[in-house]
Structure formats: structure tokens, C-alpha cells
Design a protein around this ligand. Structure first.
Ligand SMILES: [Zn+2]
Length: 477
């Protein structure tokens, strides 16, 4: 679509974000200052919901059986386009907004993944599109999905299972990071299992023959998994912890539990490997003369990329960049250099080698880049995967942190209070421009849908969660 027909509308979208700059940055800071972990994000979700209600959105809460999940809509009829906001924090990640390791409150949660910025950046995008609809620049409906518990096993999967994304034409979402680029890569599907053995206690020295050790079951299971590991696809990842292993060495343990994660590029592979783990568990129970119960506690799809949406996101990033992009104050610049110095020699990940010299010597890298992950499958999992199998999903990263900052680091928390808000506003404008394009450009919607249909093929989406899975039980595990 040529710029001259939409240029004025895009400029008005960017202005709509700028007009709300103070409210958005203030809201992000408040969520940062009161970090709440998965499914306890009561205040964070309330603040976001109220901001949407104040601007005329209709808000439905309690979606997917989670009190902190919500869906907010503005406008009427089709097309229907959407964005998503996360807002949960990480346990134990408390940190001040300074360039040295310094917890605000030792042991307390902190926004180590920048989800305060994530939720508010997406909010800014949805509010700008709301203005465009009200003004008559475009028709249709804009939706904001408030998606809790990303860090604890996947609130979005429960929302997808509940049909919350049905009838949506496309979703555009983002994540804080250290560069501006669309995503064209995939990631691993995952299933989580709790394997609980039950035996008989007895005195481990005086009457071992009367006991049956649940811990033996756990050892045999984990040993079996190690032998299986050689014979699964190379990209698979299997990891476990012993979450319960008995209480005293002189008592044969009657209860012992392994928690196990199985990941692979394809859901069918994950399910095959999971079936093998179940068989090993049965074998371990036979060998140790114990009983075993295997419970699937979480299941996610890998992300399906959508190049049609990624390319439009990239073009819009250029427009946002030309309109001022991420411009840092002197204080922000100084702080980013101090934080960058604290990281030392960093990994530049998948960034193409030709950028390395230029990027390595910068504190912040704010020019838009092409997707660095095209054709790759990252060794991580996200609950956005299930969304991407339900509706065309465009994803991108915006630069909220200094170059090379790993997510879940104290530097990411420190950057999230004041430095990262510029990247969140950049994300808001990119989301607004891309959702606007989706509302006015039928060819883009058709291309995104055709690519989605092509990638999902005949397989379709079949939620991997057990029918009786309850998000609150998941999170307490
Ligand atoms: Zn995250």
C-alpha cells in the first residue's frame, strides 16, 4: 500500500501515542513498582483494564478461567484485529533502577522480562487504533487481549482453549528486547509432566525388605530418560528436576516426584517423546514395585511465523523510525551506557555477523533491522505458539534494553522502569500502524490468512491441555 494514501493516517496514529506518552509511561512505571507474579497480577490487570474502559472499550474479565485474564473491544463489526499484553513478573527478581545489582526488596518479584512495558506498549497501540476508528479513518474492531501467567506455563493456552481468539482476523504482538526487528522464526513446542511414585515406608536399615522406595522409581525413570535421549530428534530438549525425594535417609521414601519438560520443534514429536516417558515411568514402577501417576501439567505449540505480517511490521518500523523512532534523553543515554558496561562481553545471539562490530560498541541499538531469526527454531517455548496456530500472528521485538541484555537478568529489570519506556512507545506506534493496515488493507489480511492456512495445513489446532486442566493448579505446581 503506497505511503501517500496512509501517511496522514499513520502520522495521526503516532500522534495519538505521543499524546498519551505521560499516561503510558506512568502506568508502566506503576506496574514495574508493584510487580505481581503469574495469576496474582490483580493490580496490574486492573490498571490496564481501567485504562481501556476509560477510553470506551468493553471489557470482559475472567477469560479462560483466570481472574486476571481479560478481553477488551472497541468498534463494531469486521475486520477484527488484535494485540496482546503480558504483565506478570518473575519471582525473586527484585532490583532497583540502578546500574548495579541491588534488590529493592530481597527475594521479592521483579519485572525481569519487561512485561510492564509489554502490557503498556500494546495498550498504546490499541488506544491509537481506537482513535482512528472513532475518527472514521478506518472501520472494524480493535481488541486488546490481557494475557496473564506467561512465565508460569501459559495463560494464553487457556484463553485459546476457551475460544477467546475466535473471529479475530490477525494479531500483532511484541516483546521487549535489545533491538528492533520483526520475528520470522519458530520455537519449540513443549509438554510438562509431573510423575509421582508411591511406595511403602520402612526403617531403611532395620527393615529395608518391608519398604518400597518411591525414590527408586524416580531414579529409574530419570535413568531411562537418559537412555532415551540418544534416540530422539536432535532438536528435542528434555529436562527434569526431582521436586520431592523423601525426608530422611533412614526412612524408605513412600513418595517421590519428578517434574519433566519435553520440547521439540513439532507437537507430534513432543507427544511421541511424552508417550515414551510415560512408558519409562510404568517400567520404573514395575522395577521398583511402586505405583506411579503421570499428569500432564502444561502443553504448548511452537510459534508459526507469518512473513506477510512480519514484512508489514518491518515497513512500519521504518516509518516509526523516520518519524523520530526511539529518542533517548541525556539521562537515559548515560544510564544505558552504565548498564551496558555492567554486562561486559555479551552474546549477540542470532544477529547477522555483518552487524556485530557496529552493534557491539553501542549502548542501545535503535535502528530497525530485518528479522534475524528467519528459518530458525529457537530453543525456547512461549504460549504465543497456541495463538499463532489459531489466528495469523505477527511478532516483533523492540529495543527497551541495552545491547546484549539477556531477559530475566537484573539489568533487564533495571532498564524496565525508565529507560525501556521509549522502546515501549516505539512498539505502540508499530502495533498501531500494523493494526491500522490490517483494518484498511484487505490484501494484507488475505495474504496473512493464506500463509496461515498454508502453514497449518491439514494438521489444524488441537489444544494439548488435558480436558480438566486448571490454570490455578498449574501455577501452584
Ligand atoms: Zn517475556
Amino acid at each position: 500500500m503506497p505511503d501517500d494514501t496512509t501517511g496522514g493516517a499513520k502520522a495521526r496514529l503516532f500522534d495519538a501515542v505521543e499524546r498519551r506518552r505521560d499516561r503510558l509511561t506512568d502506568l508502566s512505571r506503576r506496574i514495574w513498582e508493584e510487580p505481581e507474579v503469574a495469576l496474582r497480577e490483580t493490580e496490574s490487570a486492573r490498571r490496564l483494564r481501567e485504562a481501556l474502559r476509560e477510553e470506551g472499550f468493553e471489557v470482559e474479565t475472567g477469560v479462560g478461567g483466570m481472574e486476571t485474564a481479560f478481553v477488551a473491544r472497541y468498534g463494531e463489526g469486521d475486520p477484527t484485529v488484535a494485540t496482546m499484553g503480558e504483565f506478570d513478573a518473575l519471582p525473586g527478581m527484585s532490583q532497583t533502577a540502578t546500574a548495579e545489582r541491588d534488590p529493592r526488596e530481597p527475594g521479592a518479584p521483579g519485572h525481569g522480562c519487561g512485561h510492564n512495558l509489554f502490557g503498556v506498549g500494546s495498550l498504546g497501540g490499541a488506544l491509537a487504533v481506537r482513535d482512528a476508528i472513532e475518527r472514521g479513518d478506518c472501520g472494524g474492531t480493535v481488541v486488546y487481549f490481557g494475557t496473564p501467567a506467561e512465565e508460569a506455563g501459559g495463560g494464553k493456552v487457556y484463553m485459546v482453549r476457551d475460544g477467546a481468539f475466535d473471529g479475530v482476523d490477525a494479531v500483532v504482538s511484541w516483546h521487549p528486547g535489545w533491538y528492533n526487528a520483526p520475528g520470522k522464526g519458530s520455537c519449540l513446542a513443549v509438554d510438562a509432566y509431573e510423575v509421582a511414585f508411591e511406595g511403602e515406608t520402612s526403617h531403611a536399615a532395620a527393615a529395608p525388605e518391608a519398604g518400597r522406595s518411591a525414590l527408586d522409581g524416580v531414579h529409574l525413570l530419570n535413568t531411562g530418560i537418559e537412555f532415551m535421549r540418544e534416540h530422539v530428534p536432535e532438536a528435542a530438549r528434555i529436562h527434569y528436576v526431582v521436586s520431592e525425594g523423601g525426608g530422611a535417609a533412614n526412612v524408605v521414601p513412600a513418595a517421590a516426584t519428578t517434574e519433566c519438560l519435553v520440547r521439540a520443534p513439532d507437537r507430534a514429536q513432543v507427544e511421541r517423546i511424552g508417550g515414551w516417558v510415560r512408558d519409562i515411568a510404568e517400567g520404573a514402577a514395575l522395577m521398583s514395585r511402586t505405583d506411579v501417576e503421570v499428569t500432564k501439567t502444561s502443553a504448548m505449540y511452537g510459534v508459526l511465523p507469518n512473513h506477510a505480517l512480519a514484512d508489514r511490521i518491518r515497513a512500519n518500523m521504518d516509518q516509526v523510525h523516520r518519524a523520530g523512532g526511539i529518542s533517548l534523553s541525556d539521562d537515559q543515554r548515560e544510564f544505558s551506557a552504565d548498564l551496558r558496561a555492567s554486562l561486559g562481553d555479551v552474546s549477540l545471539g542470532r544477529l547477522p555477523a555483518e552487524y556485530h562490530d557496529e552493534v557491539r560498541n553501542r549502548a542501545m541499538y535503535t535502528e530497525p533491522l530485518d528479522a534475524p531469526d528467519e528459518g530458525t527454531t529457537g530453543s525456547y517455548s512461549t504460549d504465543s505458539g497456541d495463538v499463532s496456530w489459531t489466528v495469523p500472528l505477527g511478532r516483533f521485538t523492540a529495543a527497551t534494553w541495552p545491547v546484549g541484555t539477556p531477559a530475566h537478568s537484573w539489568q533487564a529489570v533495571a532498564a524496565g522502569r525508565d529507560l525501556g519506556t521509549e522502546g515501549a512507545l516505539f512498539a505502540a506506534k508499530t502495533i498501531a500502524a500494523t493494526l491500522y493496515d490490517l483494518l484498511v488493507d484487505g490484501e494484507l489480511r488475505t495474504a496473512a490468512r493464506a500463509e496461515f492456512d498454508d502453514r497449518t495445513g491439514e494438521r489444524g489446532y488441537d489444544c494439548g491441555l488435558p480436558a480438566d486442566a486448571n490454570p490455578y493448579e498449574l501455577v501452584s505446581r
